[in-house]
Design a protein around this ligand. Structure first.
Ligand SMILES: Cc1ncc(COP(=O)(O)O)c(C=O)c1O
Length: 400
């Protein structure tokens, strides 16, 4: 694999994101398999994790649905070939107009606040709507990605169910789904199951449901020895409970998820070249041809991406601080054991499939990286590196 990655960096340049379709397919099948105990399962891949159109096409070919948070993601999904009915729109804080536009396209709407629910229900009582509940459960690996607790801006509070029901009754709207998403990087299955009970309890209030959407948040290992969500155990326990619920509800519902990280995180790596090895009085910096403009997760969430020197994998290990070239502190790793680094070496950042390229920016007027997909053993360029024209694109020069 290292040889192939080095060849890709040589051919397409660095920095570059590389994804492996085989790993994506393995994770998709693993999740599907874990929930084989339910009659109807729908996996809606969360486009926000990695939204390159070729990746979306891959998910469509697997039979996946698509979870979207903006009208632009919806349009990308449609362009990638997803049927409108296979797309769910789960925005937060967007305008009524955007929701109406998406509903018009035939996409499943998921509403997460009472104000929009009332307005939408009044104007379009016939359009089926899913409701995002906030179960008030503290789950997730970092405060920025814990979204189901009481102080979170997401979802309709379970304490507001009476008002929610009054709106539904008064508008005569059709609620066909109930949804929650408690946060990313959930370790404790019991917390997930506890939140699910709250969702089941809420679901009993609605007579015409077609599906219950449990969101996502499955944790994947980021470093050696890291714990991951035990998806097989969760699958067994939740499927059993879901089937019991369906029996008491009197209808075979669809169990839905919208995973991002679980499906694409481990399938991606980020390759960057070492520009400078800089010895200071306190550390040795390896400075790469990138920065938090290309991979912001370590600075944003404190996430740890394993880093391997694929140019010298067998070299003697030394301690390095891996940093970027941005004009602010942009640390990828501190005091990390990496095999000896020389200028020009290619470093490989693992788990770079999810929330990496999609969060990249042009800060410092740098180009966003290229993207490659290894599919059937072959490396395909799926996004060209930007050029200076892209930096100027849409800027308007006035006469000064
Ligand atoms: C509503 C919703 N669904 C799904 C996801 C995907 O979560 P993950 O990447 O942890 O699977 C997110 C992530 O932010 C989300 O906000």
């Amino acid at each position: 694999m290292n040889t192939q990655l080095l060849k890709i960096a040589e051919k397409f340049g660095s920095p570059i994101y590389v994804y492996d379709s085989e790993k994506i397919i393995t994770q998709y099948d693993r999740l599907k398999n874990a929930f084989k105990g339910v009659k109807s399962l729908k996996l809606n891949y969360a486009a926000k994790a990695l939204s390159n159109i070729s990746i979306l096409k891959l998910f469509n070919s697997l039979g996946s649905g698509l979870d979207t948070v903006s009208i632009q993601e919806v349009k990308l999904g449609l362009k990638a070939g997803f049927a409108a009915e296979s797309i769910i729109f789960t925005p937060n804080g967007v305008s009524l107009q955007e929701i109406e536009e998406v509903a018009e396209m035939g996409v499943q709407i998921n509403i997460d606040n009472l104000s929009i629910l009332e307005q939408f229900g009044t104007k379009h009582p016939k359009v089926p709507v899913c409701i995002r509940i906030n179960p008030h459960v503290m789950a997730g690996g970092n405060t920025n990605i814990s979204v189901g607790h009481i102080d979170s801006k997401f979802g309709i509070s379970i304490h507001q169910i009476p008002l929610l029901l009054r709106i539904v009754e008064n508008t005569g709207m059709n609620i066909n789904g109930i949804h929650m998403h408690t946060g990313s990087d959930i370790l404790d299955i019991d917390v997930f199951l506890y939140a699910s009970e709250i969702l089941f309890e809420t679901a009993k209030n609605f007579k015409n449901l077609d599906f219950i959407d449990f969101g996502s948040g499955f944790k994947v290992p980021y470093k050696t020895g890291d714990i991951e969500t035990n998806i097989e155990e969760l699958g067994e326990k939740l499927s059993k409970r879901f089937n019991e619920f369906c029996s008491s509800y009197g209808k075979e519902l669809t169990l839905a998820f919208e995973p991002g990280k679980f499906l694409v995180s481990e399938a991606g790596v980020f390759l960057a070249k070492v520009n400078v090895v800089k010895q200071t009085t306190s550390t040795v910096f390896a400075q790469i041809d990138s920065g938090f403009n290309h991979l912001i997760r370590p600075m944003l969430y404190g996430s740890q991406h394993e880093i391997v020197n694929i140019s010298n994998p067998e070299g003697r290990e030394r301690f390095y601080s891996v940093v970027g070239y941005i004009c602010e502190t942009d640390t990828f790793a501190n005091n990390r054991r990496i095999s000896e680094i020389n200028e020009g070496d290619i470093l490989c950042f693992k788990n770079a499939g999810a929330y990496c390229f999609t969060m990249a920016s042009n800060y410092n007027s740098r180009y966003r990286p290229a993207e490659v997909l290894i599919h059937n053993g072959e490396a395909h360029l799926i996004r060209e590196r930007e050029t200076f024209e892209d930096i100027l694109n849409k800027q308007i020069e006035i006469t000064i």
